[in-house]
Design a protein around this ligand. Structure first.
Ligand SMILES: [Zn+2]
Length: 316
């Protein structure tokens, strides 16, 4: 059995998005209860949140953006930049705990304390751009972790795989000119889904051309279509790129029972995706796979999806 970390901390529940928002703290509770009910909690290494050092957030986001987020949050505003970015007075601090927790898990994997991990953090991050909050995201947790791995542990090539049903516009924008971070995303086609980016022709720019790959999926499609696209688009790209560490933007909102999309992935479909990612991790990254939570809003399904997810991290 693998040494699998599980970042779970009740302080991630403090980010309060109000009564009618899908990105609620109940998501993390549902995942925890599902993992516990499956009898997997005892096999995982439970890890607490850690507050991030500002310098790591600064490595991806502009200083003026970070200050603006702090000011808007602490002044008691309920939204930031867009009306769907609902927040409370604890949101700024919770976002620091999300980034710091993910960085601390990355450190533990690099130092050999863990083989891999699932980071159940809030707020999510993949829509957050350098100077823009979007889609319930404030700081880009996975992008900051990638920079941390490169600057502290000398990781040359970081692969990011994003299977959230929405395109991670923030992560793509942060790394589009960078050939040292490969961003792969599979998501509902941008003509039919937020945020409207992630078309096939978006392949990176400048030196980063060829290091971004997008697989848009049409509404109504599901397991078989995901399998074909992952086999034709992701596998050859990562076999060429040979990432030394894989960060996964894990979103469960493409589930057939999740109202947030028109994609029909089954629970077994999610398992196949994660098993495939684990094989890629074994090929070039010494099994170093760190999964970081993004979306997923069907409270009735999140428990079983999280349990399947960590079971695969543990080695099946
Ligand atoms: Zn999503």
């Amino acid at each position: 059995m693998k040494r699998t970390g599980y970042l779970h901390d009740n302080r991630y529940l403090l980010h309060d998005t109000g009564p009618y928002h899908p990105e609620t703290s109940d998501r993390l509770t549902a995942m925890y209860n599902g993992i516990k009910a499956a009898g997997l909690l005892d096999h995982l290494i439970l890890l607490p949140a850690v507050r991030a050092d500002l310098k790591w957030i600064d490595s991806v986001h502009s200083t003026s953006y970070i200050r603006r987020f702090e000011e808007v949050c602490l002044s008691g505003n309920r939204t930031f930049d867009y009306p769907d970015n609902q927040m409370c007075v604890d949101t700024y601090e919770t976002a620091f705990l999300a980034v710091g927790g993910v960085i601390d898990v990355a450190r533990r994997i690099m130092e050999g304390e863990l083989d891999n991990a699932f980071c159940a953090v809030r707020p999510p991050g993949h829509h957050a751009e350098r100077a823009q909050a979007m889609g319930f995201c404030y700081f880009n947790n996975v992008a900051i972790a990638a920079r941390y791995l490169q600057q502290t542990h000398g990781v040359h090539r970081v692969g990011i795989i994003d299977f959230d049903v929405h395109h991670g516009n923030g992560t793509q924008a942060i790394f589009e000119e960078d050939p040292t971070v490969f961003y792969y995303s599979i998501h509902q086609h941008p003509s039919f889904a937020f945020p409207g980016t992630g078309r096939e022709f978006e392949e990176g720019t400048e030196l980063g051309y060829g290091f971004t790959k997008n697989s848009p999926v049409l509404p109504g499609q599901g397991d078989d279509d995901y399998r074909k696209l992952i086999e034709s688009d992701l596998l050859p790209a990562f076999e060429r790129f040979k990432p030394e560490f894989i960060i996964v933007s894990s979103g469960f909102d493409g589930h057939e029972d999740d109202d947030m999309s028109d994609i029909n992935l089954s629970s077994a479909g999610f398992s196949w995706i994660m098993e495939t990612i684990m094989k890629l991790g074994d090929q070039s990254a010494g099994g170093r796979v760190m999964s970081v939570l993004e979306g997923g809003y069907c409270l009735e399904r999140l428990g079983e999806l999280a349990a399947d997810h960590v079971r695969i991290l543990l080695g099946g």
